[in-house]
Design a protein around this ligand. Sequence first.
Ligand SMILES: NC(=O)c1ccc[n+]([C@@H]2O[C@H](COP(=O)([O-])OP(=O)(O)OC[C@H]3O[C@@H](n4cnc5c(N)ncnc54)[C@H](OP(=O)(O)O)[C@@H]3O)[C@@H](O)[C@H]2O)c1
Length: 418
Amino acid sequence: MSQRQYDVVLYGASGFTGRQTVEYFAGNTHQSEVRWAIAGRNRQALEAARAQAGEDAQSADILVADAHDQQAVDVIVSRTRILLTTAGPFSLYGSKIVDACVRYKTHYVDITGETFWVRDLIDRYHDRAAADGTRIIPCCGFDSVPSDLGTYLVVRQMQKSLGADCREVKSFYQIRGGLNGGTFASASNAQASGQSARMREPFLLNPPKTRSAEELKLNRDPREARFDSDIGAWATPFVMGVANTRIVRRSAGLFEQWNESYGPEFRYQEFQKYGPPMARTKAFITLAGLGALQAGLKSSFGRRLLRSLAPKPGQGPSQKTMDNGFFRCDLVGIAADGRKIYGVVFDKGDPGNRATVKFLCESALSLALNADELPGGQQRGGILTPATGLGDVLVQRLRNAGMRLETSDRGPIASQSV
Ligand SMILES: NC(=O)c1ccc[n+]([C@@H]2O[C@H](COP(=O)([O-])OP(=O)(O)OC[C@H]3O[C@@H](n4cnc5c(N)ncnc54)[C@H](OP(=O)(O)O)[C@@H]3O)[C@@H](O)[C@H]2O)c1
């Protein structure tokens, strides 16, 4: 692998998030440390993205391949140790890239939230990538890194400091940010392709296992607004929960297979949290809005209407919106005897762009620069998750990059401390 010409290729580099990955690499790495190049389908657009990323990006090579051209994709994938891609919808533009990564044993990270597509990858490639030690890690963006790493930290802290297995983790999100055209296109494509029913399966991404009716009931997606006494706040289902919960449950399922279980009855759910004033009213208004959005995406007329209002592919929020955004994910882990561990993952900046780019680029850099420290050693591979494929290495890199990932056994972590 070290014989390969590049450590990391940034594919989709001319898209809205892709351009930000180029800026991140230019600002945080040097070619002498990480040999990186940019790639996509259109040379002119890639040249513009490189020029926009400033002086430090100018030494990055440009590689061209349409995502549908398997031969051209193979040439790129065979020249790099790690392929990072932001070209989505991934169910449209990602399959040939993953296929090549599995054949050439090239590690892979992306920012998809299209869980039906991830399920297809598991069915097609997990066994071969696992046998070869190739890490294929989808969902390394805002979905689903905070949920997955936050849960991982809370569970492991509970096992370490309380000596107890974890029965349940709940995450509570607060977010401020904008919407990318690519994100809307992916959500709309998932509905239009008739895959939404599959995405409702709570254990869509888990290894096969017989489950009791009780376990299925406890992991069903929440639908209501309610007051949660464990955090003392009003909560509704979180819009990304339908993707994040599947990733966290896959992590739990894989860890169980490897005898590193979170706990025999482990379950996970995810919510959006509301503070005063008028927390209850805000929760019910959001619930109604979420229902209207889902209903809109279900019909082709609704999708057309929403498409005319949403940003187009290639577009996204203004710099000001991205600068003024933030996310905060509060977690509570509960042991069978009721004892609790609390956690928080927090960062400033629009979660769908600033945080996503940090999560994704640091995931690729974990593979590039910390290969010897990765969980499971050199031999671990498969269709993995951020927690199972990158674990503590990514936690530490994100902390070094200014993100807060903390746990506490002394009660909820106060807002002012993050
Ligand atoms: N996980 C998260 O939190 C998160 C956050 C943001 C975005 N996302 C996801 O990331 C994806 C991209 O979002 P975005 O806002 O960056 O979208 P975007 O600006 O529309 O970018 C899409 C990229 O795909 C490329 N592309 C389209 N067709 C292609 C083809 N046939 N061959 C090769 N490349 C092709 C485009 O190339 P051109 O530049 O040449 O058009 C562009 O680079 C979406 O799936 C979105 O859902 C996830």
